[in-house]
Design a protein around this ligand. Structure first.
Ligand code: FAD
Length: 425
């Protein structure tokens, strides 16, 4: 049976473009089917650690880069010089991608390769022993040997097992001007957990932190954020917390350039069923880091090896869509990564239940790990044994209230430990 392309990628977000570009580099004939214009600007802001982007040689894709990178895990106080306001210095650069440049970086590799662009929404999937075909809502049919579903957190076709409630991170943010600088000049704040602006009863509610950066020209980006929670924290709560935080420090918003509300980021999406005849990539395929919510670094690192595995499998013309997808899944989710993912989900399960004081103590111990350990943890670049060692060291360093929280089994921890020991289950 004839095909339109070798591989059809569904979507045009970072996940889709990363894998399509890598496949083009492997000389695979690629089709990209997306509901939206592929050059449409993505809605989110993509951050990454400087070292991560440097190691890929892609530092030129950044729009902003900060050297003064800190977090606050003290209680906070109106007295600026109080110990309670002491920053934890990360001593590691942090950057924000220039979204246009990142998009063009991938699109250029696609344009230099062999790519067919299709516009439409995929609504039906048919697969037999030799071919897969996708039908759009308008009735167009595209045939390929492999389908890669990169349609985000609610994938069009990919089967993802249900493993309980999904922990969702929510954020409310503004880019704007203020009556006085809300953070230090040229500073980036990963997490500001100071909570002296909250009443006692608010401190009992799920904690939130401020993610903030000086964007230059008197503009600041401030985002009140919750860690992954189930049910997710309501946006009104986050907005109210941000306003309270600023009011407490006597700061007024004088101009809002951009408001980000309604952003939801699922943190613990399970690894998809690895025995299906299509492949996933990006948010659809559980690639979001369960602790940080970051994805782009992992897309850039993992796309080339997955594309290589697909290209190699396709050389055998007798391989079915299922055979090719299996090779792709093996490259995307090898056993070690699956075991690490179970550990990350285990960690998130714990953090979801921590009260604000426990969380602040937890992060103080976490960032007291060596830079290699905490950075490796946050970028998923430690080996399994290094990850276990980092978690164990962190446990040893942690104060009693955190140790106790880490011990308590209130959720899915037991199941996740079994998954860690035997990731095929
Ligand atoms: C608030 C927020 C902040 C984030 N911050 C960061 C960060 O700082 N750093 C970082 O690395 N990551 C961050 N992420 C995570 C991650 O990078 C993004 O969520 C990313 O957009 C996911 O990429 P994706 O391509 O998998 O999915 P999406 O970006 O959701 O793209 C899905 C694509 O599929 C298309 N599509 C959907 N259904 C169909 C269909 N049926 N047929 C055809 N096309 C379809 C859509 O039109 C879209 O083009 C953040 C996420 C959120 C939500």
């Amino acid at each position: 049976m004839s095909t339109n392309v070798d591989t059809l990628v569904l979507g045009a977000g970072p996940g889709a473009l990363a894998i399509a570009a890598a496949l083009c580099n492997e000389k695979v004939h690629v089709g990209i089917l997306s509901s939206n214009e592929p050059r449409e600007i993505w809605p989110y802001t993509y951050g990454i650690w400087g070292e991560e982007v440097d190691s890929l040689g892609l530092q030129s894709l950044l729009k902003h880069r900060w050297v003064d990178t800190v977090s606050f895990f003290g209680e906070g106080s109106k007295n600026k010089s109080s110990q309670k306001n002491l920053p934890t210095k990360h001593s590691l650069d942090y950057g924000l991608f220039d979204k246009k440049k990142l998009q063009e970086y991938w699109l250029k590799q696609c344009d230099d390769g062999s790519v067919e662009w299709y516009r439409g929404t995929a609504s039906k999937l048919d697969i037999n022993d030799s071919i897969s075909s996708v039908t759009t809502t308008k009735g167009d049919v595209i045939k390929a040997r492999l389908i890669v579903d990169a349609t985000g957190y609610e994938p069009a076709f990919l089967k993802v097992p249900k493993e309980g409630d999904i922990a969702v991170q929510t954020c409310y943010g503004i880019v704007g001007k203020f009556s006085s600088p809300p953070i230090d000049k040229n500073q980036f704040i990963l997490m500001d957990y100071r909570c002296d602006h909250l009443s006692q009863s608010e401190k009992e509610e799920p904690p939130t932190f401020l993610y903030a950066m000086d964007m230059g020209n008197d503009l600041f980006f401030l985002e009140e954020t919750s860690l992954g929670l189930s049910p997710p924290l309501k946006l009104e709560v986050l907005k109210n917390r941000l306003e309270k935080r600023l009011e407490h420090r006597g700061i007024k918003i004088t101009h809002i350039e951009h408001e980000e509300h309604g952003l939801f980021l699922p943190m613990n999406i399970p690894i998809p069923d690895l025995n299906q005849a299509i492949l996933g990539f990006g948010g659809s395929a559980g690639m979001v880091h369960p602790a940080s919510g970051y994805l782009v670094g992992s897309l850039l690192r993992r796309a080339p090896s997955v594309a290589k595995a697909i290209a190699f499998a396709m050389k055998d013309i007798n391989k079915s869509p299922l055979d090719i997808a299996k090779e792709g899944w093996k490259a995307l989710w090898p056993k070690e990564l699956r075991r690490k993912q179970a550990l990350y989900h285990f960690g998130l399960e714990k953090l979801m239940r921590f009260k604000e004081e426990q969380l602040r103590s937890f992060f103080l111990s976490f960032f007291d790990l060596s830079k290699e350990q905490w950075y490796g943890f946050l970028t998923n670049s430690l080996s399994l044994s290094q990850l276990v060692k980092a978690m164990w060291t962190m446990f040893q360093k942690a104060p009693l209230n955190v140790k106790w929280g880490l011990f308590e089994m209130k959720g899915r921890e037991f199941k996740l430990l079994i998954k860690f020991l035997s990731p095929s289950i």
